[in-house]
Design a protein around this ligand. Structure first.
Ligand code: PFF
Length: 452
């Protein structure tokens, strides 16, 4: 077991927790979770999602951290090293490659949505939604995303922020960012939940929507979406957590830390639901409004409420922070690999990766304007396709493969060394990783396919 990574190390277990929960908590929790829960009927969807987090997500997160920490390298090289040390074929490194590709694809649309968020900080702050009607909020959104130059500019700003943090390296870039942004984010979220609870008058309705189980609304496709959401929200199946695990201190318990991160992430998703749905119900808006939920319904709701201009602006600042701390983890696997492979600086690696993501992201930038009637599959635009394919196919597939590798292939010597602090949980982890995670993911895949 190597004791240090050439890329630097988190200065403590707490910093790893902040970084990994920074990766996990993002647009997936605040923008995506409420709208997919809304589209898929609320409570029953939330149940499946929670089951996926605990039975499939946590064991896979443990596997990723374990592999990363044992090799202390980028996911591509970590998979190769771990495979070689376990006398398995080095083809397993393809999994690392798949992760790098997924990271590019995800960030390419993620940065577009994050760009909208940056723009909305200013729009809400300017008071333009104060007292506005549904019509106005919708036409403001359509007008904004329909303007290619504006969307392109904010997307570019967001990629720029991501690159400038990652270029500074693990200690002075990533760690500094999460150290400040994450505590502020948690604080703002609590303030907003209290605000929604006291001012909307519909808090209980929000709670009920998230926790009442109407299983009739659940199809295999919504189970697939719930599972995809679980992978996406925990940043699993593509090596982001593996890359962060490579910088984790040796003595920290992996199972305990992974569970803590999953709990924090789930807490933030549910709390975001508890900010958004009471506001939606208070204003008699549609809970199943889709991706526009956060950008149309919320500004409208804030516009109707006391202090809405201020709290609305605060809300979008919070979302922007969450998006930044996730985006930096999406590019870390690729940046770390380039540094290892080309022996170059982080700055060059970060610029290279940022440039590629920017180019790929143009497809998503155009999806709401000049390419809004270009459909890739069915009714899906370029942006929708990137989102659907990564969340519902690549991440779960990467997750199954990681589980199979860690459960069946990885040498027990490596596992023993990494899980010393978690001895009694070892059999549970092994059972979930060997059987439950791969079987559950496969069943959901097959049933969703058959149903179509
Ligand atoms: N977990 C992030 C979110 O919920 O917004 C998104 C994400 C980050 C997915 C990093 C995958 C990843 F590797």
């Amino acid at each position: 077991m190597k004791s240090d990574s050439i890329h630097g190390m988190w200065s403590s277990r707490l910093m790893f927790v902040l970084a990994a929960s920074g990766s996990a908590v993002g647009l997936g929790n605040i923008w995506r979770f409420p709208y997919v829960a809304g589209e898929n009927g609320g409570g029953a969807f939330v149940m499946v999602y929670l089951a996926c987090i605990f039975l499939v997500g946590i064991p896979i997160m443990v596997s990723e951290i374990l592999i990363g920490r044992s090799a202390r390298q980028s996911p591509i090289n970590a998979m190769r090293t771990a495979a070689e040390a376990s006398n398995a074929t080095s083809c397993w490194q393809l999994l690392g490659w798949m992760g790098v590709l997924a990271g590019f694809m995800i960030l390419s649309f993620y940065a577009v949505i994050a760009g909208w968020v940056l723009a909305y900080i200013f729009q809400l702050g300017s008071g333009m939604f104060t007292g506005s009607s549904g019509e106005l909020a919708k036409s403001a959104f359509d007008g904004f995303v329909g303007n290619v130059w504006e969307v392109l500019a904010w997307f570019t700003v967001f990629i720029g922020i991501t690159i400038s943090i990652t270029a500074r390296g693990v200690s002075s870039g990533l760690e500094v960012a999460v150290k400040y942004l994450m505590p502020i984010l948690f604080f703002l979220l609590v303030v907003l939940v209290i605000y929604a609870a006291f001012t909307s008058g519909h808090f209980l309705e929000g709670l009920q929507f998230l926790f009442s189980f109407d299983f009739d609304k659940l199809s295999w496709n919504s189970v697939l979406v719930a599972m995809g959401q679980a992978f996406f929200t925990l940043s699993l199946g593509m090596g982001a957590i593996m890359a962060y695990g490579a910088y984790m201190p040796k003595d920290a318990s992996i199972v305990g830390t992974a569970t803590l991160i999953a709990l924090m992430d789930t807490g933030v998703a549910l709390m975001s639901g508890l900010v958004i749905f009471p506001l939606v119900f208070a204003n008699a808006l549609e809970s199943s409004a889709g991706p526009g939920l956060m950008f149309i319904t919320l500004p409208l709701a804030f516009g109707q409420m006391a202090g809405g201009q201020f709290f609305g602006c605060v809300f979008f600042i919070l979302v922007a922070f969450a998006a930044i701390t996730s985006a930096i983890s999406l590019v870390e696997p690729a940046i770390a690999w380039i540094v290892e492979k080309l022996n170059t600086t982080r700055l060059i690696a970060a610029l290279l990766v940022g440039g590629c993501v920017w180019l790929l992201g143009l497809g998503s930038v155009f999806s709401t304007n000049i390419w809004s009637d270009v459909f890739i599959f069915g009714e899906m635009t370029f942006l929708d396709t990137m989102d659907y394919v990564t969340n519902n196919i690549i991440l779960p597939l990467g997750g199954i493969l990681i589980a199979l590798f860690a459960g069946w292939i990885l040498s027990s010597k490596i596992i023993d060394e990494e899980l010393v602090a978690d001895r009694w949980l070892y059999p549970i982890w092994q059972f979930l990783t060997r059987f439950i995670a791969p079987i559950a993911v496969s069943i959901v895949f097959i049933m969703a396919l058959l149903q179509d």
